[in-house]
Design a protein around this ligand. Structure first.
Ligand code: UDP
Length: 333
């Protein structure tokens, strides 16, 4: 199949592109490179530098590229930034997303897989969180993901669009070629590894949560497992596949949680020395525990996480950083 991957030069997008190419699919990437990296694009893949929200360019691209399906990974994805500047999130994630759906409808591309987020749940009443839990996002980022998911559902009912929304929990790890490099970096594992590299302590955001060791618990999933799930989801959007007769939504996590403390300890084992740390206050908006019920992805997509350990996730992230980043955490020339 020929797949347009928006955000294909970013962290999740680039690993998904690797997986699609490996499975023999043709890939076209659309990425504006604001947070993506040109170096992540493999030679066999064509890169269009541009925005999925630019209607005319997108229409021309879809006409030219003859794609069968879209993997929509591109988005603004920083929770804190979304609170400070919601306009940017509504503009890109919602308005831009609708431009993409309209262009797809025009070009008769009826299959889409969407990178959604556990942020759509907000603070859950119970854990593990099933896909049927109420959607009560507590920040504009989660709200814009929820809004786009709803558009997929209604476009499906009215126009026959086949879609899978994948609600990511905490994505981590790397392949040999692609890893996580954001600026600024807000995520725990890259920040822990940067502390190991630079000696600058990582700040742990609170140890007074109602959890066994007082730090927050999250469900971490290896980015390569996530990429496998994207492939399975794209296959589920095939015409006549009953799994997407109505819009399908699946959590992507491993169904098990690790605390911030466990992550820091596991990282110390991986790098072979203690991680410098300081304790800070809680970060606003952090729920104590977020763990996925991961049964639906397993049962419906036939997907399982093949690398469900902190060792595999942190070990691969560390190996990638050592091969690609210098001692300040910047990408080597
Ligand atoms: N965290 C931390 N220090 C950091 C970054 C994150 O203590 O520098 C904590 C954060 O408060 C949360 C967990 O690590 O409890 C995972 O945060 P991350 O930003 O990686 O993902 P989120 O769960 O917010 O999507």
């Amino acid at each position: 199949m020929r797949v347009l991957v928006t955000g294909g030069a970013g962290y999740v997008g680039s690993v998904s592109v690797e997986r699609l190419v490996e499975a023999g699919h043709d890939v076209v990437i659309l990425d504006d490179l604001t947070t993506g990296h040109r170096e992540s694009v493999p030679p066999v893949v064509s890169l269009e530098v541009g925005s999925y929200g630019a209607a005319d360019e997108l229409a021309r691209l879809l006409e030219r590229a003859c794609v069968d399906a879209i993997l929509h990974c591109a988005a603004r994805s920083l929770v804190g930034e979304s609170v400070r500047d919601p306009a940017r999130y509504y503009r890109d994630n919602v308005s831009g997303g609708i431009v993409l759906l309209e262009a797809a409808r025009q070009a008769e591309v009826g299959r889409i897989v969407f990178s959604s987020s556990a942020a759509v749940y907000g603070v859950p009443d119970t854990t593990p969180i099933t896909e049927d839990a109420p959607l009560r996002p507590i920040n504009p980022y989660g709200e814009t993901k929820r809004t786009f998911e709803a558009a997929l559902r209604f476009y499906g009912d009215a126009y026959g669009l086949r879609s899978v929304a994948l609600r990511y929990f905490n994505v981590a790890g790397a392949t040999d070629d692609n890893g996580e490099l954001h600026d600024p970096e807000t995520h725990l594992i890259p920040n822990v590894l940067r502390a190991a590299e630079t000696g600058e302590p990582i700040t742990l955001f609170g140890a007074d949560y109602p959890t066994p060791d007082g730090t927050c618990i999250r469900d971490y999933i290896h980015v390569a497992d996530l990429a496998d799930a994207h492939l399975a989801a794209l296959e589920a959007t095939a015409p006549d596949d009953p799994r997407t007769d109505t819009a399908l939504v699946c959590n992507l996590g491993i169904g098990e949680g690790f605390s911030v403390r466990q992550v820091v300890d596991a990282a110390a084992t991986v790098v072979g020395r203690p991680i410098p740390e300081t304790m800070g206050p809680r970060r606003a908006g952090d729920p104590p525990v977020l763990v996925a019920a991961a049964d639906r992805a397993r049962e419906v997509l036939g997907w399982t996480a093949a690398r469900p350990t902190l060792d595999a996730m942190i070990g691969s992230a560390w190996a990638w950083r050592r091969a690609n980043l210098d001692e300040t955490g910047a990408r080597r020339e």
